[in-house]
Design a protein around this ligand. Sequence first.
Ligand SMILES: NC(=O)CC[C@H](N)C(=O)O
Length: 256
Amino acid sequence: MAVGVLALQGSFNEHLAALRRIGVKGVEIRKAEQLENVSSLIIPGGESTTMAKLAELHNLFPALREFVKMGKPVWGTCAGLIFLADKATGQKTGGQELVGGLDCTVHRNFFGSQIQSFEAELPVPELAATEGGPPSFRAVFIRAPAILEVGPGVEVLASVSVPSNKNVDFNPALQEGSAESDTSKVIVAVKQGNILATAFHPELTIDSRWHSYFMKMSPSNNEITAASSSSSSSYYADQESYLYNKQPKTDLPIYE
Ligand SMILES: NC(=O)CC[C@H](N)C(=O)O
């Protein structure tokens, strides 16, 4: 079965391209009934308030919650992480509807506004152990959220170092760390059973390991992943279609 990519808004095309690079068929999901034809789902980055309004308009929330509850693999990137969190802070007035299921609290715009977007080299031991390649992953953060706290069943896959004096007014975790050192760790990638969530955008980089990793979370997709990762260039699956290499940084999608 194909992988669904929620295609209401945001970087769904980039996820579809990333899946293609590892030989996996992705399909756009815009209606609840389309979820019946996919074995797993990616909720892309974008603007979570807008995406939530569109999901509400299309009456998608009940079906999305059901999909998560059924134990099917779901991966949220950036705004997708916000969708999957049980609790979000820093929302617009009136809040926004969440799919939930991931036992954590996220801050919607933890790192600040659009111009505070950045890249960071993240050590991700689990990714390197499962997918090979270098021990770290070059992560693109675009007006990114961060995970403030996680429940006991949540595995932390990656954290990023930030200056301790950054955002101290709303992040208790950073206040704690600031007495000891100049930097603190903030959680940016987690896994909880069938749910994977990253605060950054792996679909914008040539490194396909997060997509391959996600494919392995779905037993029915193991075969496809095994076939594609046996090629000689499994790590940087397809240099040709590497969006991020081809375009200057300023051409990255701009979210409000
Ligand atoms: N790149 C992103 O997906 C940004 C998400 C954004 N912080 C939001 O609230 O929706």
